[in-house]
Design a protein around this ligand. Structure first.
Ligand SMILES: *Cc1c(COP(=O)(O)O)cnc(C)c1O
Length: 418
């Protein structure tokens, strides 16, 4: 059976009492510990580590992570703007985006870094900033994501400039007198150090053909164990295997490449939990299931419905008392059959029961591993449910509200009756 990770049962009860339900709780200790691990990523010739803020873009979290020395990877102009408003200096923000921001020029003039992710984006950069230094995202032709929906490299991924299109890339660079000083790859989740070494070899092979490149970003995609049978990527092991590759490149090409990494999941995933409430229980007969229904679901945690992703689930009785166990399915509160928190692993169409503490209506249900791609990615406002609140459990053990619960007024504030 799964256990609470950073909260105690009593804290769960206090959280629900003080902040209502559903509510996200994030653990500052875990965030800072993870940040230190990332900042100690082994490297041959220097390191810049960025937090991929799309994982969890709340200002207080950005502040906690950037205070440790992390820079920011932003996935849109809006994210960059959010980071600026959270107090991050522009030169510590790099945009790697699918869509050129409307205020592209203003952002770059402010000092925000812009990583060109397609030939079109590079051309756009050249038109606005001829004669400057640029970095480019390359699709090295290989992906390692855990599902089709998270694969971000290889021929079936649209992210980055295809590795065989360097001639076109340099044609554009020459036209606008751009110097390509940085190469970036981000090809998906993994924990196997040998896969990382292969990716690095492949990337260095491409960087060898780019004579002015001095920085190589390996992106994010470091796998995190949410479930107890999963395995965390070991940054020390991966990094130590990568160092000799950078050293060999330096000997062969006379260039000491600065390393960049930009994890999102690794920093945020296990720092967060959703505290929800069991609002109903439904039994579908001898051939069916026992369902727990909660006042959360895809409105806070969309990943199970999207990928069949697994999150640990813990029932916390309203009052501390001994209870037995039971097999349940857990469903969310949306009128949508896909709103389940217990899909079959890797298959959002399937269902798989979980052994949980015997539950009663009114008990709390905690969804763990909900720091990354939950609050930031949820199915906002479906069934008109307002966004839940967010709370930070600080290093001194205080529970601090960092995002208020939305009101219905806020959900509909931009609507106009014709
Ligand atoms: C999403 C993203 C990341 C972070 O990926 P994780 O799997 O969360 O570590 C890093 N870099 C870029 C460009 C991204 O789009």
């Amino acid at each position: 059976m799964e256990k609470l990770s950073f909260l105690t049962e009593d804290q769960v009860r206090v959280v629900r009492e003080r902040f209502g339900s559903p509510v996200f709780v994030y653990d500052q200790n875990t965030l800072e510990r993870r940040a230190r691990e990332v900042l100690h990523f082994p490297n041959a010739f220097g390191l810049t580590a960025r937090y991929a803020m799309k994982a969890l873009p709340t200002a207080a979290i950005i502040k906690v992570l950037t205070d440790t020395g992390l820079h920011i990877d932003a996935s849109s102009g809006f994210e960059a703007e959010r980071a600026l408003r959270a107090g991050v200096p522009p030169e510590k923000i790099q945009i790697t985006a699918q869509q050129i921001p409307a205020d592209f020029k203003e952002l770059v003039e402010k000092g925000v870094l812009y990583n060109s992710c397609s030939l079109h984006q590079l051309q756009h950069y050249g038109e606005h900033f001829p004669g400057s230094k640029v970095t480019v995202r390359i699709n090295p032709g290989l992906g390692s994501g855990h599902s089709n929906r998270t694969n971000v490299g290889g021929p079936s991924s649209s992210f980055g400039i295809w590795h065989e299109h360097l001639p076109q890339l340099y044609e554009i660079a020459a036209r606008y007198h751009l110097t390509v000083t940085g190469m970036h790859t981000h090809i998906g989740s993994g924990s196997d150090p040998d896969v990382w070494v292969n990716v690095v070899k492949l990337s260095l092979g491409i960087a060898a053909k780019m004579p002015d490149v001095r920085t190589l970003s390996l992106g994010g995609g470091y796998k995190v164990a949410r479930m107890n049978y999963e395995k965390d990527a070991d940054l020390q092991v991966i990094g130590k295997k990568v160092v000799p590759e950078f050293e060999a490149f330096a000997r062969e090409h006379g260039r000491k490449l600065h390393l960049e990494v930009e994890p999102g999941t690794y920093l945020a995933a296990n720092c967060g939990a959703v505290v929800a409430t069991i609002i109903d229980m439904v039994n579908t007969g001898a051939e069916g299931y026992k369902f727990l229904k909660v006042d959360s679901g895809m409105t806070e945690v969309l990943r199970p419905s999207l990928y069949g992703a697994q999150h640990p689930i813990v029932v916390v009785p309203q009052q501390a008392e001994p209870r037995g166990v039971e097999y349940y399915l857990v469903a969310g509160h949306c009128c949508e059959s896909g709103d389940v928190l217990t899909p079959e692993p890797g298959n959002p169409e399937g269902l798989k029961t979980r052994m949980l503490t015997h539950a009663r209506i009114g008990d709390a249900l905690v969804i763990e591993g909900a720091g990354a791609y939950c609050s930031g990615m949820a199915s906002k406002h479906y069934n008109s449910f307002p966004e839940g609140a967010e709370v930070l459990l600080t290093t001194t053990g205080e529970l601090k509200l960092i995002r208020k619960r939305q009101s219905l007024d806020q959900v509909i504030e931009n609507e106009i009756i014709a």
